[in-house]
Write a protein that binds this ligand. Structure first.
Ligand SMILES: Nc1ncnc2c1ncn2[C@@H]1O[C@H](COP(=O)(O)OP(=O)(O)OP(=O)(O)O)[C@@H](O)[C@H]1O
Ligand SMILES: [Mg+2]
Length: 188
């Protein structure tokens, strides 16, 4: 996949399929360590330990319950190509936390891609789910939460075209503000 936003879309789709109604995505950077961190936390049905092992490494485990999905393994591979990692914590009935890292300056580090578009598409498709996006560069942070937005909107649905466009612009501007000058691909 050509950018992080597409991996993110896949991982958040997994959370939606697992019946989550609250999904929190965090994008943060540690400039001194030269690392980018992404995490996706949901309150969905979770996975058992055994199942999780198969999911992370579908080709190297020998279990008969092998599940050959590729969303997670591909995200993992992309992180490892840039000296990063992917790890998952999950508890049945409670939820799942997917954490991914990339060395920012690594030549194979994927660009962020259009996070605003990914997020607004998700809101449009699943307005009943609470989506939160937190962006943090170590000194400044911005966050957006769809339940808070809906509260402010009152009767107007969050799927209203102008609202979606506002969300899209807000995230685009936030990413510029937080990651401009930090990630090469974001022009401040
Ligand atoms: N957040 C989650 N909560 C519960 N189960 C999950 C979660 N994420 C993944 N899973 C389980 O792990 C499996 C593998 O996920 P993965 O994204 O790698 O592949 P997939 O979604 O099955 O297929 P695709 O290649 O289309 O992504 C899922 O089918 C699902 O059973
Ligand atoms: Mg998937």
């Amino acid at each position: 996949m050509r950018d992080i936003s597409l991996h993110l879309m896949d991982i958040i789709q997994n959370s939606i399929t697992a019946n989550s109604n609250r999904i929190v995505t965090t994008i943060s950077t540690d400039n001194e360590k030269d690392f980018l961190y992404i995490s996706i936390k949901d309150n969905g049905k979770g996975m058992s330990k055994e199942f999780l092992e198969n999911v992370i490494d579908p080709f190297t485990t020998s279990r008969t319950t092998r599940k050959v999905g590729l969303g997670i393994p591909l995200f993992k591979e992309s992180a490892e190509r840039a000296e990063g990692f992917l790890s998952i914590e999950s508890e049945l009935g409670k939820g799942t936390l997917v954490s991914v890292s990339y060395k920012i300056s690594h030549i194979d580090r994927l660009p962020l891609g259009d996070i605003a578009q990914t997020f607004s598409q998700l809101v449009m498709a699943s307005p009943e789910i609470e989506f939160e996006l937190k962006m943090n560069n170590g000194s400044d942070s911005i966050q957006i939460n769809t339940v808070e937005i809906q509260d402010t909107l009152g009767e107007v649905p969050i799927t209203n075209f102008e609202v979606i466009e506002w969300i899209n612009n807000y995230i685009t501007e936030s990413i510029k503000c937080i990651f401009g000058g930090v990630l090469d691909e974001i022009l401040s």
